[in-house]
Design a protein around this ligand. Structure first.
Ligand SMILES: [Zn+2]
Length: 431
């Protein structure tokens, strides 16, 4: 049978909403915590999520397999098994006491799309695969995107024994072995399972983790770029403590007011850059604190610790933020008789999602009369596939109350709209 028209496929997706709801509830029951859900990567809990999805896929008559890293693959076989496949999926793991739909929505979405193709009796020209990806949050090991990086071959195999769980010291390899992964085989398999040659495109559906779609009353967003960032996680200013009432300005070495001046300067820089038309920029001071062992209302602080976190889609903006921070810290430190030690500067470059796929998703949403808009997003597995040279794009679904918390909310009607766009785009790509 030829591929279905988008409205036909959209109806089939709509009919599968109860199937999605049942999967969400079954998986939730395996991962509830005191608040929200906790599904650490390569634990019994994300394994349970993978097994529930895998069993549902088998019941649909799909091919089900786990790759060497334990990522779940559910495939609707195509007429030409050798043709590059169309891949979708997202992560199965969560942060501690996190939201249920972060990642899981995209893993379930892929299966719902394949169920709709199955219901219509479609044999696509190429394989269509829905993945449940392991270790995107990977909170135990302090490094993100482990499952997708193993799949595209961009994680050194030494990391399996080097990465240790922060609280217990047990290695990633030990946890993988516990959920049935053949770690020796994984160590020996240096070849990527997902390549430019065998994969036509990777599409990831994910809940929006910010307020834009709720704010603008839109069910679906199409990200342009995954923001890069420049971060100073361990910045410190050192001066000296002194009596608040007894010390005139000329004698003060006040660390806190120096940090406040730096932060105010960087905030103004952000405002000015935005006004000058630099798009998609963010700036956050997530921590700023004095030492509770020494601070008091009647002392000016001799030490202030803080973090700086710039994000953006422009490499030039991120470079300029780093340079300005270093230069202004030196100037303010000299003027205020304090010293800044900004510590290690870390970050990642922005990842631009595939323009052709973005246009396909936008045109598909238009054809289905699903309101949408484009904007930049944060890090997701899609960035790992894009960096491996595989055309990648995303569909974001409206979600109230943020993410990485138990309050996140996604309406199933919005989920269905997102999967309708996803499934129709997969159908267009299957040639
Ligand atoms: Zn996520």
């Amino acid at each position: 049978m030829s591929l279905p028209a988008p409205p036909t496929l959209a109806r089939a997706v709509g009919n599968r909403v109860p199937f999605a709801e049942k999967l969400f509830e079954e998986i939730r029951s395996e991962s509830v915590d005191i608040a929200g859900v906790t599904r650490p990567a390569w634990s019994a809990r994300d394994q349970a999520a993978a097994d529930i999805l895998g069993d549902a896929a088998k019941a649909l008559g799909l091919e089900v397999a786990f790759d060497a890293a334990g990522n779940l693959w559910c495939t609707l076989p195509g007429a030409d098994r050798g043709a590059p496949r169309v891949l979708t999926g997202s992560h199965l793991d969560s942060v501690p006491t996190g939201g249920h739909f972060d990642g899981l929505a995209g893993a379930v979405a892929g299966l719902v799309a394949l169920a709709a193709f199955r219901d219509l009796g479609v044999e696509p020209p190429c394989d269509l695969t829905a993945m449940g990806i392991r270790g995107e949050e990977s909170v135990w090991y302090g490094i993100a995107y482990v499952g997708s990086r193993l799949a595209v071959g961009s994680l050194p195999r030494d990391d399996l024994d080097r990465l240790r769980r922060g609280d217990t010291g047990r290695t990633l390899a030990e946890h993988m072995a516990e959920v049935g992964i053949d770690v020796d085989a994984l160590r020996a398999s240096s070849q990527p399972t997902i390549t430019q040659e065998n994969t036509r495109a990777f599409l990831e559906l994910h809940i929006e983790q910010g307020p834009v779609l709720v704010g603008e009353g839109l069910p679906v967003g199409i990200p342009t770029t995954i923001r890069g960032n420049v971060r100073f996680p361990y910045a410190r200013c050192t001066g000296s403590y002194g009596h608040s009432g007894a010390t005139p300005r000329a004698y003060r070495e006040d660390a806190l007011l120096a940090v406040v001046e730096l932060v105010r300067d960087l905030d103004q820089y952000w405002i000015d850059q935005e006004a000058a038309g630099v798009p998609d920029t963010v700036f956050t001071v997530g921590k700023l604190y004095t030492d509770p062992k020494h601070h008091a209302m009647t002392k000016f602080p001799g030490r202030c610790d803080f973090t700086l976190n710039f994000g953006g889609t422009s490499e030039a903006f991120l470079d300029a933020c780093r340079e300005r921070t270093l230069a202004r810290a030196a100037e303010i430190g000299a003027a205020r008789r304090v010293s800044f030690d900004l510590g290690e500067c870390v970050g990642s470059m922005p990842t631009h999602l595939d323009p052709g796929l973005r246009k396909l998703l936008a045109d598909t949403a238009d054809a289905l009369e699903i309101p949408h808009r484009e904007f930049a997003t944060v890090g997701h597995d899609a960035s790992i596939f894009a960096r491996a040279g595989i055309p990648a794009a995303m569909v974001l679904v409206r979600n109230a109350d943020g993410s990485h918390n138990p309050d996140e909310k996604m309406e199933l009607a919005d989920f269905a709209a997102g999967v309708q766009v996803l499934a129709a785009a997969m159908s267009s790509l299957a040639v």
